[in-house]
Design a protein around this ligand. Structure first.
Ligand SMILES: [Zn+2]
Ligand SMILES: [Zn+2]
Length: 345
């Protein structure tokens, strides 16, 4: 089969690899129908995720059709169409019992990281019963791809951890796919104001069309001053960091109101400064989380019921074998006006 293989920083190739086989009775082998590229994959390509070694097939999102299941798989059979979760979980370990699947002792985020991933014609999914979701006939399969990672990540790490409530004022720092997923799913809770902060006017315009009530281009405006102006100098109830660099996290520290929440989503490669000299007395809560994908079944229902239009996050479409070109487009997101790029086999 063909797959996108990582060969060290800056090096990738769409090349021949052996088709995966069932290794454990709890495995499934899935033929990929649609997949996408995550911001995390770009970090991998830059060499920021040292756990990913030369020869690894990357990718942790996608949908497919089951080619083969191991003897112990009871929920799926050959021919079933499935959403592949970015999180693999055994369902039995101490962390899985707490629904903290991201820290599963025999899983977590391993796809396209510690084991071969979904940017390929076929993928092996361990603990198949717990790590995939069935796609009913007639479902919009493009929208289903957004359920592998970005919708649960935005919702769990941003909205749930940020304790967004009706009437709140929230700020989302970073209008990439994850920030947009926060924007869409925060609206379940009817916040009064959603302030999107980014440095790209196109993304801010898209955010407006997705329901942001205010946008701030932090290249041209002082985001702290603007937010204080909008909030009678109080700050926001929840500041959600969706980039993964020090300045955006520190901006969240400046934006949060007394008693508010800072919810980090971004993947940080470097340390940030925690301004306890201003925060110590502010009763704030700071949260971090790796997505557990425990809300995927709920989010699936909201997508199916068209409560959120997940498909509008897709800006570019490619054939699976054009994936190297798709990386170039996604890697140049501002110029290409890209959010999610969809690859179809
Ligand atoms: Zn991802
Ligand atoms: Zn587990």
């Amino acid at each position: 089969m063909k797959a996108l293989v990582y060969h060290g920083p800056g090096k990738m190739a769409w090349e021949e690899k052996p088709k995966p086989i069932i290794k454990e009775p709890t495995d499934a082998v899935v033929k990929i129908l649609k997949t996408t590229i995550c911001g995390t994959d770009l970090h991998i390509m830059k060499g920021d995720v040292p756990a990913v070694t030369d020869g690894r097939i990357i990718g942790h999102e996608g949908i497919g059709v089951i080619e083969e299941v191991g003897d112990a798989v009871t929920s799926f059979k050959k021919g079933d169409r499935v959403i592949i979760s970015c999180i693999t979980s055994c369902g039995k370990c101490e962390y899985c019992k707490k629904a903290m699947y991201s820290h599963c002792l025999d899983g977590g985020w391993i796809l396209g990281n510690l084991i071969d991933g979904t940017q390929a014609e076929y993928v092996r999914i361990p603990h198949a019963d717990n790590s995939m979701y069935p796609i009913p006939t007639g479902a919009d399969e493009e929208a289903m791809v957004m359920l592998s990672d970005i919708l649960p990540t935005g919702f769990e790490c941003g909205v749930l951890n940020g304790k967004v409530k009706p009437g709140d004022t929230i700020a989302i720092v970073g209008a990439g796919p994850i920030g947009m997923a926060v924007l869409l799913t925060s609206q379940f809770y009817s916040p009064a104001a959603i302030i999107m902060i980014d440095q790209d006017d196109n993304r801010l315009a898209v955010a407006k069309s997705f329901g942001a009530t205010h946008t701030i281009n932090s290249m041209n405006e002082n985001a702290v001053e603007k937010v204080m102006e909008l909030t009678e100098n109080k700050g926001v109830d929840t500041a959600i960091e969706a980039v993964g660099v020090a300045p955006t996290f520190e901006l969240c520290e400046s934006l949060v109101c007394a008693g508010g929440h800072i919810a980090n989503i971004g993947v940080h490669g470097k340390s940030v400064t925690l301004h306890l000299e201003t925060l110590w007395s502010k009763n704030v809560t700071i949260t971090t989380r790796l997505v557990d994908a425990s809300t995927t079944p709920m989010l699936f229902k909201t997508v199916q019921a068209k409560k959120i239009d997940a498909k509008k996050l897709i800006t570019h479409r490619f054939k699976l074998d054009q994936i190297v070109e798709a990386y170039a487009t996604f890697g140049n997101a501002a110029k290409e006006k890209a959010l999610k790029v969809l690859l179809t086999a």
